[in-house]
Design a protein around this ligand. Structure first.
Ligand SMILES: Cc1cc2nc3c(=O)[nH]c(=O)nc-3n(C[C@H](O)[C@H](O)[C@H](O)COP(=O)(O)OP(=O)(O)OC[C@H]3O[C@@H](n4cnc5c(N)ncnc54)[C@H](O)[C@@H]3O)c2cc1C
Length: 416
């Protein structure tokens, strides 16, 4: 092991959106900032999010916005108040990237890509003096208390006045965030809730017929609900393993918890969200003459393809002979989910550093001078721009606070 210790003022470990925003807030506050990342380049998940259009934030009213974080709404509100949806749009604009609001209220960069935004952001950060040190995977601390990194040339040590950890969750680990920090921080007395998949797909024991014929087929329009949750309208996809897609992701937290509790979750699908039950019952009850049931369903309720296959998968033959029962089933088709798909495949991660382990500046109570931000904190939210918003907002708060902490001792440590 090399004995040389790299001395930095503020170290940001993890160069995803949370870490980059922490670096920006810290450098603006006047600190000297170095970003370390285990990968060869920063922002890999951010770039992947760009493939889906990069939903940066959401334009819904500010009273509604924090509620998307469920029980963590109050805890995240100060960060969202300081750097929320409006600030994010202004920030993008200052980088020369205007944003647009989609029909659902979601906010995107006008080119629906992450690459331009990231390129300009990194350029500005470098111009502001932020240094980037890549291929440095943080592994813990040396006996002397220095930060220990794995580098291509072997172990490296870093000493820092303040550190922001922005290591992400554990979905898509090949992009850099692998959750290895859970063990390291837990061993230092930081309370971490187990990492779980969020915005993920679920397994269903489909028949071979449905799997082979319809895997990859979108089901739309559809409305889905579970237990006492209001129905969510949108789209889902039948996959070889089960279901995924927008409405499934939106219900993923409650579905995942139901499965954890009782080993399964029941999803109810409304295959005709534009037809109310009474109308559907009436039209299905109209004489079909010599027409087949498939043609009747297609003509009267626009049910064919994968929707028709789902009905045959779940319902008994006799249900098709009773228009009222058939209509009820079409409006609430039960689908049994048996497991969440693995965390590595999920869009995001639930669980992480518990808020009780942090003070209001997002500093770890167990390790003064060390702050945390982004998806590694214990919150979750549906897709819709809420994930990036919370990452950027917590990055902003923690970066500014880390700078303030680091600069307290600047005169002694870094004479002018
Ligand atoms: C397919 C997909 C699409 C998405 N689309 C959207 C979207 O449109 N809108 C939205 O709001 N959200 C979206 N998300 C979620 C969003 O990308 C994440 O919430 C966000 O990137 C998390 O930011 P972060 O900075 O906390 O962590 P990450 O972006 O995961 O960054 C963590 C960084 O830390 C580094 N790192 C980890 N461990 C170490 C270590 N030990 N040492 C050194 N470096 C380390 C990693 O290399 C990585 O660069 C999407 C996610 C996926 C997978």
């Amino acid at each position: 092991m090399t004995n040389a210790v790299r001395d930095v003022e503020v170290a940001v470990i993890g160069g995803g959106p949370a870490g980059l925003m922490a670096a920006e807030a810290a450098v603006i506050a006047g600190a000297r900032v170095t970003v370390f990342d285990g990968m060869a380049s920063v922002g890999r998940k951010f770039l992947l999010a760009g493939k889906g259009g990069l939903n940066l934030t959401h334009s819904e009213p500010s009273v509604q916005f924090p509620t998307r974080y469920g029980t963590r709404a109050t805890l995240l509100k100060p960060a969202l108040d300081a750097f929320g949806p409006e600030a994010i749009r202004d920030w993008a604009l200052a980088l020369g990237v205007a944003t647009v609001i989609g029909s659902s209220g979601r906010v995107f960069p006008s080119d629906y890509k992450a690459a331009t935004l990231l390129r300009r952001w990194l350029h500005r950060l470098r111009a502001q003096g932020v240094r980037f040190v890549m291929r440095r995977r943080w592994r813990g601390w040396s006996d002397a208390g220095d930060w220990l990194f794995e580098s291509p040339a072997g172990p490296e040590l870093v000493s820092a006045q303040a550190v922001v950890l922005a290591l992400g969750g554990a979905s898509w680990p090949r992009l850099g965030a692998d959750g290895a920090w859970v063990e390291t921080l837990s061993a230092r007395g930081v309370a971490v809730a187990p990492l779980k998949p969020s915005n993920c797909g679920f397994e269903v024991a489909w028949s071979a017929h449905l799997r082979e014929r319809f895997a990859g087929a979108p089901v739309k329009p559809v409305a889905a609900r579970t237990v006492d949750r209001p129905a969510i309208r949108g789209e889902l996809m039948v996959t070889a393993y089960g279901v995924e897609g927008g409405v499934i992701y939106a219900l993923s937290a409650v579905l995942r918890e139901q499965i954890a509790l009782v080993g399964r979750a029941q999803l109810e699908l409304d295959l005709t969200p534009d037809l109310d039950l009474a109308t559907l019952t009436r039209v299905l009850g109209e004489p079909r003459g010599a027409r087949s049931m498939a043609t009747h369903l297609k003509r009267k309720a626009r049910i064919d393809g994968v929707k028709s296959a789902l009905l045959h998968e779940v319902l008994s033959r006799t249900t098709f002979d009773d228009p009222a029962a058939l209509a009820r089933s079409i409006k609430a088709l039960p689908v049994r989910l048996t497991a969440a798909r693995p965390l590595a495949e999920a869009i995001s991660t639930a669980g992480g550093i518990q808020f009780e382990a942090l003070d209001e500046r997002l500093m770890l109570r167990a390790i003064p001078g060390v702050f945390a931000a982004g998806e590694m904190l214990d919150w979750e939210a549906p897709t819709g721009g809420y994930l990036l918003t919370a990452c950027l907002a917590t990055g902003h708060i923690s970066g500014a606070a880390a700078a303030a902490w680091a600069m307290r001792g600047r005169e002694e440590k870094y004479p002018a």
